[in-house]
Design a protein around this ligand. Structure first.
Ligand SMILES: NC(=O)C1=CN([C@@H]2O[C@H](COP(=O)(O)OP(=O)(O)OC[C@H]3O[C@@H](n4cnc5c(N)ncnc54)[C@H](OP(=O)(O)O)[C@@H]3O)[C@@H](O)[C@H]2O)C=CC1
Length: 386
């Protein structure tokens, strides 16, 4: 990945937008917060959430136009990952209460930069940006959010803010799993057979398009009513997991170079047998017990348990000639730069399943909780963006 200077597609795109500068004399903002973990009734709208401030020189403050939601938001609302995330939170950003509350959820943002720290090099006020917000930072269900400049990227010009907010978190996750962990790139995918378990949700719909743009042959599992949908995104072969044992249907196919598992659970029992042995093939799962272990056992014991589990699984499968890996979300502005270029070339499009207004955040969570996603759920936070 390029780690060099980052150039905006065009500075001109942002010059006409008028932005209020009244923020400088404010200390509160509207936001959806939670004050404790629980079900949907813990979501609370307030006009008096603490106004975020730039603490480090490389930070920017973004006015949020749209926020994307992910299954992680529902899990975090219920306390998932609390032990690990508390350890990662910056002590300077923790509230006066000394706890993570009031906590703001929302991991995707599309908006405009209102203020830059003194050390920010490539971005400036009024730049339109998109980003995936690490789960240990305050989220995007608020009027403003503060991010580090290496987490943000200039928004694709071809997308509205609502469309742009559908992509960063799933894109950064798929990129981390396929590129950083799986070793795939635009230059080595041409002759590869990839299997995506769970292709109809947020991560799957992005991964299909990325891999097709890079020339891979993509097989996808999904339910029958999503078949046309994933074919429309470019899937070459689709297997309906609801139509009998999916492992039997898949075992009749030519073996794969890489499997991206967005489903987990039972899949680990049979999926690794679908890989080409002794050829560097990889199984990368996004469904890992990492957070549950640290929530259950505490950070130190949970991490030891996690390390022991992944090491023993990796060794067991290595002896059979395939690589077993865990994939994780990783925030990355430079990865989003590359994805932006692909979006603006028409190689990848956002898949927005449903949008909600800012007053409908509880309904957006209810929709997410029902599962069976066909793309992404987005909240329009401010009327300033489209
Ligand atoms: N490790 C990490 O850092 C990250 C992990 N994740 C995890 O990755 C997974 C996918 O995330 P995301 O795409 O955002 O989730 P979504 O909820 O958007 O999508 C899940 C999709 O999987 C489909 N599905 C459910 N069961 C199966 C099955 N047995 N076989 C095939 N498809 C199935 C669902 O549709 P239907 O039920 O109708 O078939 C739905 O379309 C989640 O478990 C998430 O927690 C995500 C991001 C980061």
């Amino acid at each position: 990945m390029k780690a060099c200077a980052r150039n905006p597609p065009s500075r001109l795109q942002n010059q006409s937008r008028r932005i209020s500068t009244s923020r400088r004399c404010r200390d509160v903002m509207p936001a959806w917060v939670i004050d404790k973990y629980g079900s949907n009734d813990v979501l609370r709208f307030t006009r008096n959430a603490s106004f975020p401030s730039i603490t480090y020189p490389n930070e920017v403050m973004v006015k949020v136009f749209a926020a994307g939601l992910n299954p992680l938001d529902v899990s975090m609302r219920g306390g998932y990952g609390a032990a690990t995330l508390s350890m990662k939170r910056d002590p300077l950003s923790i509230s006066r209460s000394g706890s993570e509350f009031p906590l703001i959820l929302g991991r995707d943002v599309s908006g405009v930069i209102m203020e830059c720290g003194l050390g920010v090099k490539y971005f400036q006020e009024r730049d339109e940006v998109w980003a995936a917000i690490p789960p240990w930072k305050q989220g995007s269900l608020a009027e403003f959010v503060v991010l580090s400049a290496n987490e943000i990227s200039w928004k694709p010009k071809s997308l509205s803010h609502t469309e742009a907010a559908a992509m960063p978190y799933v894109a950064a996750t798929a990129w981390s799993a396929l590129v950083n962990t799986g070793g795939l790139s635009k230059d080595n995918c041409g002759n590869k057979r990839i299997l995506i378990l769970g292709g109809s949700g947020g991560v799957g719909t992005f991964a299909i398009q990325l891999l097709k743009a890079w020339g891979a042959h993509v097989t996808v599992t999904c339910s029958q009513n999503a078949e046309q949908f994933v074919r429309g995104l470019g899937a070459d072969h689709v297997v309906d997991y609801t139509d009998g044992p999916v492992d039997v249907s898949l075992s009749g196919l030519e073996k794969f170079d890489l499997i991206l598992d967005n489903v987990g659970g039972d899949t680990e029992r049979w999926a690794l047998g679908l890989l080409k042995p002794w050829s560097g093939s990889k199984y990368v799962t996004l469904v890992t017990p990492f957070m549950q272990n640290t929530d259950r056992l505490g950070v130190a014991d949970g991490m030891m348990q996690t390390a022991a589990t992944v090491a023993s699984k990796a060794l067991k499968h290595l002896l059979r000639g395939v690589h077993y890996r865990w994939g994780f979300f990783a925030p990355s502005g430079p990865a989003l730069d590359e994805i932006r270029d692909m979006v603006d070339k028409g190689q990848i499009r956002p898949v927005v399943e449903e949008t909600f207004s800012f007053c409908q955040v509880p309904q957006a969570f209810q929709k997410l909780e029902k599962g069976h996603a066909r793309g992404k759920t987005v909240v329009r936070v401010s009327t300033g963006g489209t």
